[in-house]
Design a protein. Structure first.
Ligand SMILES: Nc1nc2c(ncn2[C@@H]2O[C@H](COP(=O)(O)OP(=O)(O)OP(=O)(O)O)[C@@H](O)[C@H]2O)c(=O)[nH]1
Ligand SMILES: C[S@@+](CC[C@H](N)C(=O)[O-])C[C@H]1O[C@@H](n2cnc3c(N)ncnc32)[C@H](O)[C@@H]1O
Ligand code: SF4
Ligand SMILES: [Mg+2]
Lengths: 601, 401
């Protein structure tokens, strides 16, 4: 049985702020070691999902095994993990870091250190990683490698004197990166004779192979034919296939200590493969399980409902499969008077929400409606009980409520000086409390405490627009604070529409209510009668609009005996009505609904 | 001019006599050629620069009438309608040949209504007498406007004088006459339209068709409209124009019996009533539509639209039928609602149930009644109210849903 000798293994993650060039660097490393031929190569080859390619961002961490013959004449096995840079996918980064001993910290030599650079490098340090700083994009005229080197030392506090200046685009100095990996990162040091202990890093559903599990072997071996057990879920399986990705799938007989690879078995239960679980030999189990990963805390919630009620079960199955691939997303069943059966889902952020919805629609061919995103509130009842509120529609009667608390975040914003004023105003408008303001070279670093509720709507968009895209943003959930929060209801023709109700801060209620009514006024089609649209808090109306009644809508012209044409038009109208939701006597097209929920300010 | 006074206060007339149980059987014949294409028109009409071989078309129309009679044999024809295009471009012999063919294919009632559309620009006394001799007893003139500037705007080839001459000639020649006007033209105020309409009623005989200008896809007007060069009346003005139309016509004893059609009592177009009452009719000629019941199922027939393609088909296969769809109960029910609710007399609910295989949704019906859009007449009829007629498309969509 030949598994790689541990001294010749290097496991590392590539971490950076979004767009600093991680995936491009991965391309060069794959190419330089012959993992793919030039013909097979394409830009950001590891970004294999359609969504990743379209948006030019990495969403899923990817692992490849490379064979590299170093200057010392030895051949090394390199396991490279490319990670996403966006804060919403930080969970992917933390899983990858846990499976490695070292990190390549990529910093764009013209942009410098940004919010996610900091967040990711601190995580790597927490994982006791050896870190190799890489200064990327030095081919750009704006690159200032020396200044950025200094910045890394000042801001992060790590030695950057031997940071490797490269261009992932042109391939400049990729050889130096490979040598640095071999020389400066430590090899794993598992016990080859101990019982199998492996970390479940990732799993996904493959149409041909079923559930594929990505593992990092800590101790012992994982062999084809072994019977293994997942210590957390308790499920046991016979291992059918073992191997790794180059990025092509390669089969092998076994994986040894320090190696990263996949296995398959006849795994039917998607729920059995929990990311972070410890895998061991069923007959000779390890005595201590790995600590596992801290479960991701969803911070943004929304309801997802099938447009076609008949697709509910399909949606449930699709969510199960997708959750296997993305443990940071959670769901539970929900029913809504307006939308029927669906799920209340938790996400790590708005981009995460958007991506999951899009993946469900594309990969599983579903048509979905998403309700307005909301955060989790904690409500203390007068009875002394405390409840968590995931959905404003479930809010208890006001008389039973003692206090409502909402989650607050600590946001770190890095921005060129000239946008600082606008950013401070934005944070202030969102009920922010400034905690710190300092300078990193010519960039300002502001720290703000903000209610998450004020951020989930359109904060990123506003931030991007007021800073022309230059500000970077990162946040951490800090605590729950009591707030003057009220439930705002939207009444259409005097009927409350539960899917549109939301919790808002008293000071923001009127503005939000007015905005929602104005929007709905344009979205609800004219009916045969006048439709009042109102925003209300308790019994008090705080905003009001009306949809005028139809005045004239009759085909005047004669078509002679050509009823077919008129019938076809009617059929289209009927089809449209099927996609409408009935609220009392008012029909609201689903599209209008979605548009209203996407509301910003 | 005979005119019956209608008792004041009756919002919607035609309450009196219930419609006949049998809507009759109509034959529609399409003549697809025009001297010029009007910029608002999306009918199946074509301009040909070489003379049309009328004898050949007449033979094909006759052949197709025979073919239709094979699909619906033994009918008593209660009306024939020669429409277009511009049927008044047909030679009287052509008209005669076609009417003879219809008479040979089925039995034509002795008092059948035989209508023909005519454009004022192609009217001659000689030809009118020829049509009359061939059997035509009702003419529908495309007058469209009583203002020379407006007629030019509408791209018409005639002026007001020619229209007046055509009306005079038609009244001398035919027992019955209708003419069409298009209103709701850019800039037209309700007052101006009321005046134009009063004048038209003064010229009318027993029937008027008053169509609000509609922007149709793939027309010259659509292009202008999209380019922002046609200031079409807004919804509010549209409603006011429609209201004025009803008021003026009622005051002069020509109430609407359908959304856009007005007649002195008894002057209704029997042929179009067959459509609206969702009776059976055969369509002959390019792009003609028919509804024929055979084997207990309602068939929707349509022929090839392009005249020469239609001609080639008839000559090789005996008919130009392009589509022969058996309608489902739902489809037939929808069609009956679409057509029947346009009529002031409304629809018979028992017949609707028989055709649609279901009744109207009582909840939706009750809502519409509560909103004053629909009313019942006795236990078995419903119709759109005056208010409902303004927004009939929405009312029908509600009832059909
Ligand atoms: N000029 C130049 N552009 C580069 C270089 N490296 C990457 N880029 C460009 O930077 C953009 C982002 O590169 P990616 O490799 O997708 O960045 P990433 O860090 O993987 O981004 P996320 O996965 O979304 O966090 C792409 O347009 C690359 O072509 C470089 O060395 N020079
Ligand atoms: C079958 S058409 C043609 C009759 C004849 N060819 C003529 O134009 O005089 C019947 C009537 O429909 C009306 N019409 C045609 N297109 C219209 C439109 N876009 N909007 C409103 N009415 C229209 C005209 O009044 C026309 O006379
Ligand atoms: S004459 Fe009549 S059918 Fe011919 S183009 Fe004009 S409106 Fe259309
Ligand atoms: Mg990437």
């Amino acid at each position: 049985m030949t598994t790689a000798p541990q001294k010749n293994i290097r496991n590392f993650s590539i971490v950076a702020h979004i767009d600093h060039g991680k995936s491009t660097l991965a391309d060069r490393l794959i190419q330089a070691t012959g993992g793919l031929s030039d013909r097979e190569m394409k830009d950001q080859v590891l970004d294999s999902m359609d969504i990743e390619r379209e948006r030019g961002i990495t969403i899923k961490a990817q692992t490849v095994r490379l064979a590299y013959t170093a200057k010392d004449g030895e051949t090394y096995t390199l396991n490279l993990m490319d990670t996403p840079g966006h804060v919403d996918f930080a969970y992917e980064v933390s899983r990858s870091l846990a499976a490695c001993e070292g990190s390549l910290l990529v910093v764009d030599a013209s942009q410098g250190v940004e919010a996610q650079t900091l967040a990711n490098v601190y995580q790597a340090i927490d994982n006791n990683h050896e870190i190799v700083p890489i200064l990327n994009k030095i081919d750009l005229p704006a690159a200032e490698p020396d200044r950025i080197k200094q910045q890394i030392e000042e801001v992060i506090g790590i030695d950057a004197s031997n940071a490797v200046p490269i261009s992932a685009k042109t391939g400049l100095n990729i050889d130096l990166v490979l040598e640095a990996i071999v020389e400066r990162l430590p090899p794993p040091n598992g016990d080859p004779d101990a019982p199998l202990k492996a970390m479940l890093v990732d799993s996904w559903y493959d149409t041909y192979l079923g559930v594929v599990v990505l593992v990092r072997i800590i101790d012992g071996h994982l062999r084809k034919g072994d019977r293994i057990r997942m210590m957390g879920s308790g499920a046991a399986y016979d291992v059918e296939r073992v191997g790794w990705f180059t990025p092509k799938m390669v089969s092998s007989e076994a994986l040894g200590p320090g190696e990263i690879g996949f296995f398959t078995g006849s795994i039917k239960e998607v729920a059995d493969t929990r990311v972070g679980d410890t895998i061991t030999d069923d007959r000779r189990p390890t005595d201590a399980a790995l600590p596992g990963f801290r479960p991701a805390q969803p911070v943004v919630f929304c309801g997802l409902f099938p447009v076609d009620a008949a697709e509910f079960e399909d949606l449930r199955a699709a969510m199960g499969k997708l959750r296997l691939n993305d443990a940071s997303f959670s769901f539970e069943m929900e029913t809504s008077a307006a939308l029927g059966f669906g799920f209340r889902c938790g996400f790590l952020g708005l981009l995460h929400l958007e991506i999951i919805q899009e993946r469900l629609e594309r990969e599983f061919n579903l048509d979905l409606i998403a309700t307005a995103p909301s955060v989790v509130y904690r409500i203390r009842l007068t009875s002394g009980d405390e409840i968590e509120l995931h959905n404003p529609a479930d809010m208890p009667d006001v008389v039973k409520i003692d206090t409502i608390s909402e989650p607050w975040i600590r946001a770190t914003i890095l921005t060129p000086d000239e946008y600082l004023g606008a950013i401070l105003k934005l944070c202030q408008d969102r009920r922010g409390i400034q905690a710190d303001l300092s300078y990193v070279g010519n960039r300002a670093m502001v720290i703000y405490d903000l209610p998450l509720n004020e951020v989930v709507f359109d904060f990123y968009d506003r931030l991007k627009s007021v800073s022309k895209g230059y500000a970077s943003f990162d946040y951490q959930l800090t605590d729950y604070r009591e707030g003057d929060l009220v439930k705002m209801q939207i009444l259409v023709n005097a009927e409350p529409v539960d899917a549109l109700s939301m919790l808002v801060h008293k000071t923001q209620a009127e503005r939000r209510g007015r905005a929602m009514c104005e929007k709905l006024k344009d979205l609800i089609p004219q009916h045969l009668f006048v439709i009042p649209i109102q925003a209300a808090i308790g019994g008090k109306i705080i905003a009001r609009e009306t949809v005028r009644a139809l005045r004239k809508d009759v085909t005047a012209k004669c078509y002679g005996g050509d009823v077919t044409r008129k019938r076809k038009l009617l059929e289209k109208q009927k089809e449209g009505k099927k996609r409408m939701r009935q609220f009392g006597k008012v029909e609201i097209p689903q599209e209008a609904f979605i548009a209203a929920l996407k509301m910003d300010e | 001019m005979s005119r019956l006074a209608v008792p004041a206060g009756s919002a919607r007339a035609a309450d009196a006599a219930p419609p006949p149980a049998d809507p009759g059987f109509g034959v529609y014949v399409h003549w697809p050629f025009c001297a010029a294409k009007c910029p608002y028109c999306d009918f199946n009409s074509h301009v040909r620069h070489a003379p049309v071989d009328q004898a050949r078309f007449a033979a094909a129309l006759a052949a197709e009438a025979r073919a239709m009679a094979e699909r619906a044999p033994g009918k008593r024809v209660t009306s024939i309608f020669l429409g277009g295009g511009t049927p008044s471009l047909m030679a009287p012999e052509t008209v005669g040949a076609v009417l003879d063919a219809v008479a040979a294919a089925w039995t034509v009632d002795a008092d059948a209504e035989i209508s023909m559309e005519a454009n004022p620009s192609s009217v001659e006394a000689e030809r009118f007498r020829g049509y009359r001799a061939a059997g035509v007893n009702r003419v529908s003139l495309g007058v469209q406007a009583l203002d020379d500037r407006e007629l030019r705007f509408l791209g018409r080839l005639h002026d007001v004088d020619q229209a007046l001459a055509a009306i005079r000639l038609a009244r001398e020649t035919f027992p019955r006459l209708s003419f069409d006007l298009i209103y709701g033209r850019p800039g037209q105020t309700p007052e101006a339209w009321a005046a134009e309409l009063e004048r038209a009623i003064g010229l009318a005989s027993d029937h008027l068709s008053l169509y609000q200008l509609t922007i149709e896809p793939d027309t010259m007007f659509e292009k202008l409209y999209r380019a922002g060069k046609l200031a079409m009346p807004d919804e509010e003005t549209g409603a006011a124009l429609y209201a004025v139309t009803q008021a003026v016509c009622e005051a002069h004893g020509m109430p609407a019996y359908e959304v856009s059609n007005h007649a002195v009592p008894g002057g209704e177009c029997r042929h179009n009533l067959v459509y609206w009452r969702y009776g059976e009719y055969a369509g002959v000629g390019p792009g003609a539509h028919g509804r024929l019941v055979s084997g207990g199922r309602r068939h929707a027939l349509a022929t090839a639209r392009e005249p020469e393609r239609w001609l080639a088909r008839v000559e090789s296969w005996g008919d130009g039928v392009d589509a022969d769809d058996i309608l489902s109960e739902e489809e037939a029910g929808d069609e009956m609602l679409l057509m029947g609710l346009r009529l002031v007399e409304g629809i018979d609910l028992r017949r609707y149930r028989a055709i649609a295989g279901r009744g109207l949704d009582p909840g939706r019906l009750a809502d519409l009644v509560a909103h004053g859009m629909v009313e019942t007449i006795g236990p078995d009829r419903v119709r759109a109210t005056r208010a409902g007629a303004f927004v009939l498309d929405a009312v029908v969509a509600d009832l059909a849903a």
